[in-house]
Ligand binder design. Sequence first.
Ligand code: PGA
Length: 243
Amino acid sequence: MEIKYFLKKEKAFELMAKIIIEKVIEKPNVVLGLATGGTFEKVYENVICLSKIKNVNFSKVFTFNLDEYVNLKQELYKNSYHFYMDNNLFNFININHDNIHFPCNFQNNYNSGELFQDYDKKIHDIGGIEIQLLGLGANGHIGFNEPGSKIDSITRCIELSHTTIKDNSRYFQSINDVPKKAVTMGLKTIIDNSKMIYLLAFGENKRDALKRLIDSKGFDPNYPVTILKNFKNLIIFTDLKFN
Ligand code: PGA
């Protein structure tokens, strides 16, 4: 585990974008694992900017998004992660839309616990994910693997925790509009298939969760991020300092 401290998070967003762009230039058919949330808006803004400057070809790149809401009302489609990705990245690069993957359709309803083995199989069959981007929930989730997630969890439909619903309500008019369920890559899916993981965590509300990871001796299901403790190729970008 390597921790890179940034005084200004903008520098981290720039560096993350540079790493992605350099990888796409080096390996045009690279497989990327993509995250959403506030943290990645600026990363993708920098990716778009650099891709224009360097005239980068994304047409052979494959992407697998970490998660997606379930049973989102039609009028709230702008809150879907499909829309987020189009609006923050895909519409501004020459990606082939056949190469974009999400774990589910946000308009469909699924039962919590329902497994999405096909998603894991697709990721596995393509040879895994070269660069996996991860944000960090204040409650220690990665993707939507909420506290209580199992070490061997695969892609599945999960009920969102109250903390997550509250945190994400800032994107909705009312907290009642926030979906109660999502489909997320599992912890095992992430660990087994990623070659390199970048975890980005900025702001005081992430301190506790990040400290749990740093101090952990092994996996603690109450803080799913601790699954990363023994992952060799993990780089953490943060503006938090720990003594
Ligand atoms: P954020 O979300 O980037 O909006 O803080 C991170 C997460 O919940 O994974």
